[in-house]
Design a protein around this ligand. Structure first.
Ligand code: ADP
Ligand code: MG
Length: 248
């Protein structure tokens, strides 16, 4: 299977005056086409730093990240990486109509307004929002769960190669989390997107991911097939993470 995302010995260092923080220290993993990789670990372990590096927003101090063999770029389409965040409403332009928010990546890629709106309407349907009802609304007029559906529609409308989701359901009611997770799974599998899912919720990761990377303090504690890692519990840090997780 084709490897879409290759993270090779990634190191991320922040500088604050004379202080340096080594947020990520030698992380290596691959994500093939249509597969999902989970990144788990306590707060401060370097998950979001890694996410920003995969989107090309943060430089590596050492190592390499490649999307289809090329340096990552934040855009839609082949070779592009898109990201969705914990706070969907905050990541949507409050003044724009939802149809145009979803159409925007296509517009940026050069698609005409009318064609982009048609494709966006289909995408709204795909994420379970009737375009006739929701197309003309603005982000202030919808719920958090609906906003996350819009964020997913916008991220996937132009079929990026990689999607990075950083705690995509943490801000949502438990009752609507499963719907969002199923949606992410269905769309990324169908499009063949390589998904990187960051979540402190191990059940969410287990539902969606094939492979899991356990991060602690910027270091990979262990990684592998999700069932093996979560069932065998060979690693002491992973055991601790699992025992600290409620209902897992
Ligand atoms: P996580 O997402 O797992 O909570 P982060 O990647 O946000 O972890 O943070 C990893 C480490 O890097 C933490 O020690 C954090 O304080 C530090 N860090 C994150 N972002 C910055 C930044 N922009 N400048 C300096 N330090 C940062
Ligand atoms: Mg984080």
């Amino acid at each position: 299977m084709t490897t879409l995302l290759a993270v090779d010995d990634a190191h991320i260092t922040y500088r604050h005056g004379r202080e340096t923080i080594q947020a990520v220290r030698g992380v290596t993993f691959n994500v093939p086409e249509g597969r999902a990789c989970g990144i788990v670990g306590e707060s401060g372990s370097g998950k979001s730093s890694l996410a920003r590096a995969i989107t090309g927003l943060v430089p590596l101090s050492k190592g390499r990240i490649a999307v289809r063999g090329m340096a990552p770029v934040t855009r839609s389409g082949p070779g592009g990486v898109r990201m969705i965040f914990q706070d969907p409403i905050g990541s949507l332009n409050p003044r724009r109509r939802l149809i145009d928010i979803v159409a925007e990546p296509l517009r940026i890629a050069g698609t005409s307004t009318s064609v982009a709106r048609k494709i966006a309407a289909r995408m709204l349907q795909e994420v379970g929002l009737d375009p006739a009802t929701f197309g003309t609304r603005r982000p202030g007029d919808i719920s958090g769960g609906q906003a996350q559906r819009i964020a997913i529609a916008r991220a996937l409308v132009a079929e990026p190669t990689v999607l990075v989701a950083d705690e995509p359901v943490s801000g949502l009611d438990v009752s609507i989390q499963a719907g969002i997770i199923n949606l992410l799974h269905a769309l990324t599998t169908r499009q063949g997107t390589a998904l990187v899912l960051i979540s402190h919720d191990l059940s969410v990761v287990q539902t969606l991911c094939d492979h899991v990377v356990v991060l602690n303090n910027g270091l990979v504690q262990e990684q592998g097939n999700i069932r093996e890692v979560f069932t065998n519990r060979n690693n002491a840090y992973t055991r601790q993470l699992i025992s600290a997780a409620p209902d897992f």
